[in-house]
Design a binder for this molecule. Structure first.
Ligand SMILES: [Zn+2]
Ligand SMILES: [Zn+2]
Ligand SMILES: [Zn+2]
Ligand SMILES: [Zn+2]
Ligand SMILES: [Zn+2]
Ligand SMILES: [Zn+2]
Length: 559
């Protein structure tokens, strides 16, 4: 039984007094917990955060004043339309951590070549170390000892009783699509608490039966697992298929390995989807999911993250959500064809001498005919899709790492789509980062014109963030880093000018430092394993250097 769902249904969550969550729920938890007040054994937990333990209701009440500030900022609610979802328990500050959670299960993605089952990195055939216990190929001996590898390792020894041999290192390798489902099944006997949470998540079994994914998994996952690990007596095909569905619907791609691996989290799965979400998602170096408030969130608001790529056009996002999560998105961004006036999915009017934007009345209900907002010229959705495909094709033809190839292409497609068209934005993002990367001297080697292009692009994209990708803290942090670098270089060039202006120089340096503070705000929780984690470290160092420079120059930053 899902204790939490039960608690929600009985209304204990919903009837909290203003003094806080006094309802206690008894969790089948592994370790013995002690009461935060009297240190006696405690089987009850705070129903909101599930982490503070108490021996009695009295001690929980007594402790609430202290616990209030460290207890979670959300409440789990349930209704017919949304099912279980999260609501802000109080006003949440922008940037505040909303949730940090360990995965219920992690493993290779559904489709992958042979990866190390310790660190999930792609294996190189000539550098493989078979696990001494089970034979699965690993990248190193230490990876074979990692706890994450235990489920398949144990079941090979206990049930299969014959070592695994992987001889083909081609991609995709069918055996690997079964590893994550196996690890999930392993929880049933080894971690009933996690099993209960996992099986309470949505599996979309009916929809998966309709589109054929269910039947595919019947052979490639369910039948295979039962035969290979001799699980016929323990798990029915239906049970395995449900688990496989849960992983595919709720799995998050964790970018900490190459290729990324999949993790399923419990509370993280309760966030609603929104294409312009109010929360921002990242991962810690140990693979926990970390969710921050992307904007100020007033008490009572629903908490949301994005289950698709916010840098895709509205038709692309909606199609992706329909195919992978089985729902038609009707969020505020999908309902507004102009996407906060950015025209992120719009094409340009093909009429001569008209520079109007062409859009359907609504991407959700009325998208067959697109019209120019200036001259009312009509374009069918098929024609519009053709133009979008042409732009995508042009941009995919640019030479990687070639600044002029990018600039030329961006200029070429500008008469087909708007300035902020999705693919164009992606190309601009790449270009803004690329300028200054090719030389060991960095930006010092870049000519004035390109330096100002870098500055302009960064500013343009930063101002686009609010309406389109406000929760993409990684991208926003990187953009501020690029802008700080461009502005600092402009300051340096100011010094070298004949009649250099001290005020302009000071203003530029202060401006650059201000941008570094933004970088630090956006990237401070990024893991070291990602480039953004390294940019964060660099930003801290640059800011320190800059502050020393302020001192020697006698500049006082305004507080
Ligand atoms: Zn107590
Ligand atoms: Zn709590
Ligand atoms: Zn490894
Ligand atoms: Zn092993
Ligand atoms: Zn949407
Ligand atoms: Zn027009």
């Amino acid at each position: 039984m899902d204790n939490l769902a039960e608690t929600v249904k009985t209304g204990l969550f919903l009837d909290q007094s203003s003094f806080g969550p006094y309802s206690l729920s008894v969790m089948g938890h592994k370790e013995a917990d002690v009461c935060l007040v009297c240190q006696q054994p405690a089987a009850n937990r705070c129903s909101s955060c599930q982490s503070a333990c108490y021996c009695s209701k009295e001690h929980q009440k007594q402790h609430w004043k202290t616990h209030k500030s460290s207890c979670v900022v959300y409440q789990i609610k349930e209704d017919k339309r949304l099912g279980r979802h999260l609501v802000a328990r109080r006003d949440i500050q922008r940037g505040e951590i909303v949730l940090k959670e360990s995965p219920l299960v992690s493993g290779p993605p559904h489709t992958t070549g042979p990866v190390c089952l310790g660190c999930h990195a792609l294996l190189q055939e000539n550098k493989v170390v078979p696990c001494a216990q089970c034979g699965w190929p690993m990248c190193s001996k230490s990876c074979a000892d990692k706890p994450v590898h235990k489920p398949e390792c144990e079941w090979v020894k206990e049930k299969r009783k014959e070592k695994v041999k992987i001889s083909q290192f081609t991609s995709p390798h069918p055996t690997y699509s079964c590893v994550t489902p196996l690890r999930a099944l392993f929880l049933k006997s080894k971690d009933p608490w996690a099993w209960e949470k996992l099986t309470s998540l949505e599996s979309h079994t009916e929809e998966r039966k309709q589109d054929g994914k269910y039947e595919q998994d019947r052979f490639s996952v369910a039948a295979f697992l039962r035969r290979f690990y001799k699980l016929e007596k323990e798990f029915s095909e239906e049970e395995i298929l449900k688990i496989s569905g849960i992983i595919q619907i709720n799995g998050h791609e964790v970018p900490l390995s190459e290729p990324g691996y999949i993790s399923v989290y419990w509370k993280c799965s309760l966030f609603e989807h929104n294409c312009l979400p109010n929360c921002s998602k990242t991962f810690t170096d140990s693979g926990d999911v970390l969710i921050r408030a992307a904007v100020e969130i007033p008490k009572g608001s629903h908490l949301s993250i994005s289950y698709t790529d916010p840098l895709w056009s509205t038709p692309a996002r909606r199609q992706h959500l329909m195919l992978t999560k089985y729902f038609p998105c009707v969020c505020s961004r999908c309902s507004d064809p102009t996407e906060s006036g950015s025209f992120f999915s719009a094409i340009r009017c093909p009429t001569k001498n008209c520079d109007g934007m062409v859009l359907p009345k609504c991407f959700i209900k009325d998208f067959e005919i697109w019209r120019c907002l200036k001259c009312n010229h009509k374009v069918t959705s098929k024609q519009a899709a053709g133009i979008c495909a042409k732009v995508a094709q042009e941009l995919s033809g640019v030479r990687k790492g070639d600044v002029s190839s990018y600039s030329n292409c961006i200029n070429r497609v500008k008469n087909l789509v708007g300035e902020n068209y999705c693919h164009l934005v992606e190309a601009k993002l790449t270009l803004a980062q690329m300028i200054g990367q090719s030389s060991s001297k960095g930006l010092a080697d870049v000519e004035d014109g390109l330096l100002s292009t870098k500055e302009t692009l960064s500013r343009q994209l930063i101002s686009l963030a609010d309406g389109v990708f406000r929760a993409e803290y990684r991208i926003r942090g990187v953009l501020f880093f690029e802008l700080h670098a461009a502005v600092a270089e402009l300051a340096r060039r100011q010094v070298n000018k004949k009649n250099s202006n001290a005020f302009v120089l000071q203003a530029r340096l202060l401006e650059s430092g201000g941008y570094l503070e933004r970088v630090i705000f956006f990237l401070k929780h990024e893991p070291q394993a990602l480039p953004e984690g390294k940019i964060y470290k660099q930003a801290l160092q640059n800011l320190k250097d800059l502050q020393n420079l302020y001192k020697t120059m006698g500049i006082t930053p305004a507080v």
